[in-house]
Design a protein around this ligand. Structure first.
Ligand SMILES: C[S@@+](CC[C@H](N)C(=O)[O-])C[C@H]1O[C@@H](n2cnc3c(N)ncnc32)[C@H](O)[C@@H]1O
Length: 196
């Protein structure tokens, strides 16, 4: 689902970019290490900071990125223009990923699946497009945060789309991922590295 105006602003500012660069990326790298080249997919790329960091820090050769929101895609295109053929950005839906089976070496989710009502279907789609042995790096927000009354009042999330660390981990395992590492940060959010 699309972000409301407030969350759109919370995602499009230097603080969000700093959190991704200095907290989330180092954590995911400590948990799963970098890749040795290959093609990556970023699901729900927002304004493209994640794709920039995936290229700079995770050792992949190229990134395909998509987002449901055309305004985000436009910002990401502008941001990533200087990267040339190493990055392609498009509008797309995590529940119907426009890519053939088994074509990516890695997939990245920076806090998007808690915005997707059918997040389990999105995980199945991510698994479908990953090569056997391909890796999913995910940072997610849990129901412990999204169900806070203040958050519920000001931000919009799909009711049926919220999950805990254990529910997300269980859904990965149900879909045949091996969970290499996961972290639950006070029930509010967490990190996962999983291999198809
Ligand atoms: C909380 S923002 C995170 C954006 C970016 N990944 C970041 O970390 O700054 C969630 C993003 O997911 C996108 N989104 C929501 N539902 C989606 C879907 N079904 N498919 C693809 N993107 C989706 C939203 O448009 C938004 O850009």
């Amino acid at each position: 689902m699309l972000l409301n105006r407030l969350e759109w602003l919370l995602m499009n500012n230097p603080m969000r970019a700093a959190a991704q660069r200095y907290l989330e990326v180092p954590r995911l790298l400590r948990m799963g290490g970098a890749m040795d080249g290959g093609r990556a997919l970023e699901v729900g790329c927002g304004r493209g900071v994640g794709s920039e960091l995936i290229l700079e820090c995770f050792g992949v050769d190229s990134v395909d990125a998509f987002d449901l929101d055309p305004s985000m895609v436009e910002l990401a295109r502008q941001r990533l223009r200087s990267r040339g053929d190493a990055v392609r950005v498009r509008v797309g839906d995590a529940c119907r990923i426009d890519a053939p089976d088994e074509c990516y070496d890695a997939a990245f989710d920076f806090g998007i699946l808690h915005h997707v009502e059918r997040w389990r279907d999105a995980l199945s789609e991510i698994r479908r497009v990953l090569k056997p042995g391909g890796r999913l790096y995910a940072e997610e927000i849990f129901a412990g945060f999204t169900a806070c009354s203040l958050v519920e009042r000001f931000l919009v999330h799909p009711q049926a789309g919220q999950f805990s660390h254990d529910e997300f981990r269980g859904a990965l395992i149900e879909r045949g991922f091996g969970v290499d590492a996961s972290r639950d940060i006070l029930g509010l959010g967490g990190f996962f590295v999983a291999t198809r």
